[in-house]
Design a binder for this molecule. Structure first.
Ligand code: SF4
Ligand code: SF4
Length: 136
């Protein structure tokens, strides 16, 4: 099983539910929706983590592209320089995915599984402690 993240952009007439249904039913791909911007009658976008065999992921992506859904692999990651953090909390205000949170001791915690690499935390940190990592 492989896990890969993609940014999907789909035309107004394809619903995100129909896309998810086909990926699960026809290609046995498990889907974790990290971010969804879907408005009725408008172009939509999703950030998804897909889990499946390499072959099924390839077939599922090919099926999406045949159905006019653009699929861009999300190969970036956010690197947090934890040692230098002063726990000011600024970055949590811009992290809508919930990847950055203050814990019960008022210390910052970073859950990379929830990160959608929106990059909003990069300019939000006064100490420049976030960097984009392009290595897979
Ligand atoms: S890039 Fe930063 S702000 Fe965006 S989801 Fe990841 S941790 Fe949160
Ligand atoms: S903004 Fe920077 S210094 Fe402040 S809590 Fe976030 S990572 Fe730490």
């Amino acid at each position: 099983m492989r896990k890969k993240r993609y940014i999907l952009t789909f035309p107004a007439k394809s619903g995100d539910k129909a896309l998810s249904y086909h990926l699960v039913k026809d290609y046995d791909i498990r889907i974790n929706i990290l971010k969804a911007e879907v408005r009725p009658g408008k172009t939509g976008s999703l950030v998804l983590e897909l889990k499946g065999t390499s072959e099924n992921l390839k077939k599922g992506i090919a099926w999406l592209e045949e159905n006019n859904v653009s699929c861009e692999p999300l190969n970036k990651k956010i690197h947090w320089n934890e040692q230098k953090c002063i726990n000011c909390g600024n970055c949590t205000a811009v992290c809508f995915s919930g990847a950055l949170k203050m814990d019960s001791n008022w210390e910052l915690s970073f859950n990379s599984e929830k990160c959608i690499v929106c990059e909003l935390c990069v300019p939000a940190c006064p100490l420049n402690l976030f960097e984009i990592d392009f290595r897979e």
